[in-house]
Design a protein. Structure first.
Length: 346
């Protein structure tokens, strides 16, 4: 097995760049701006959700409405709800926003690759920051090809198990029972308590993931995230992809070094990897004019298309859900409070 390759960050040339060049919108600037904006929004969502759970568990008498956006972090419930929707036409009214977000994120992948992972997911931002720290510390490595392929397959194992039980093993009666069970009613709160009441095992697992992310960029996203694996499969049919002009390529590999997933862009005519985030970092890193570009149905499109398309899908889904009653649950807060008291104590 060949030795692991050390990842060396690209030398920046911005010091000598003209002022107009510094101010222009770049893929990196666009991505970071959107990621930071969503991180701020989700921090606000998380704080309000914490206040809601404090009220729901009887630790506060000040009622704070639950922000429906937190339901986007319930992939198991969302997958079951999607199956029930397809088979019965019934929308999940326990976590309606969760199903809305699940379908919207899936549509993003079908149209704009894994733009959700590249621009919106808060874990992606954390992974990017850890990767930058790893670069500064000189820790970054790219695993050898055979090891890389083995690691890439890990995230498909929990995805396969989840799909097997949710889509094949469980009957619709069992899914209905799960959707209406008290545990599912407070599943989002259970997720919060998983971190607030973290065990030693939790700290060890998180510590290992953080350490791995310092050594290998985006280790969680590339090797472990089943949601990302699911979106990557959907993205294989996306019309949007990076294309390479072989005649202009010098195989300098700057594209591969800039890619968050370390894809060998310099070896492909069309980048249709399930790992591609559509972030266009490779285009920004390429020193050859007209070598790399973003395309849709063989037509060149602006690099910001993936970001703009994902945001458009997300906000359109939100507006549709709010206007049609598919965003906020109809379950009375008092009933949810009783479920919280039963599940977590008061």
């Amino acid at each position: 097995m060949p030795p692991a390759q050390k990842h060396t960050p690209l030398a920046g040339a911005s010091v000598l760049a003209p002022a107009s060049e510094k101010r222009r919108l770049t893929p990196a600037l666009l991505r970071r701006s959107i990621q930071v904006a969503f991180a701020v929004f989700l921090t606000w969502v998380g704080w309000n959700f914490y206040l809601y759970v404090q009220w729901a568990t009887g630790k506060s008498q000040a009622f704070t409405p639950k922000p429906p956006s937190v339901e986007g972090f319930l992939p198991i419930s969302e997958l079951m709800a999607a199956r029930r929707l397809v088979e019965t036409g019934m929308w999940d009214m326990v976590h309606p926003a969760g199903l809305t977000l699940f379908l919207a994120i899936g549509l993003m992948a079908l149209l704009f690759r894994k733009g959700f992972c590249g621009y919106i997911c808060p874990v992606g931002l954390a992974a990017n920051l850890l990767g930058r720290v790893g670069e500064r510390l000189g820790l970054n490595r790219n695993p050898p090809r055979k090891l890389e392929l083995a690691l890439l397959s890990i995230k498909y194992i929990p995805l396969a198990l989840l799909c097997y039980f949710s889509l094949l093993v469980m009957s619709m009666d069992e899914i209905d029972a799960f959707m209406g069970a008290p545990f599912n009613m407070v599943a989002d709160s259970s997720m919060l308590f998983f971190f607030l009441r973290a065990s030693t095992t939790t700290f060890i697992v998180v510590g290992v993931i953080v350490a791995a992310s310092l050594v290998v960029r985006n280790a969680w996203c590339r090797y472990l995230c089943p949601y990302g694996a699911f979106l990557g499969i959907l993205a294989l049919v996306s019309p949007v992809a990076i294309r390479r002009n072989a005649d202009a390529c010098t195989s300098c590999r700057r594209c591969q070094r800039a890619c968050p997933a370390a894809i060998a862009v310099h070896q492909k005519a069309r980048v249709n990897s399930p790992e591609c985030l559509g972030c266009t970092a490779c285009i920004e890193a390429c020193p050859q004019r007209d070598c790399l570009h973003l395309s849709a149905a063989n037509r060149r499109i602006p690099f910001w298309t993936v970001a703009a398309g994902c945001l458009a899908v997300l906000f359109a889904a939100y507006l549709w859900a709010v206007s049609t009653g598919h965003w906020t649950s109809d379950i009375p807060p008092a009933m949810l409070r009783r479920f919280h008291m039963i599940q977590f104590g008061g």
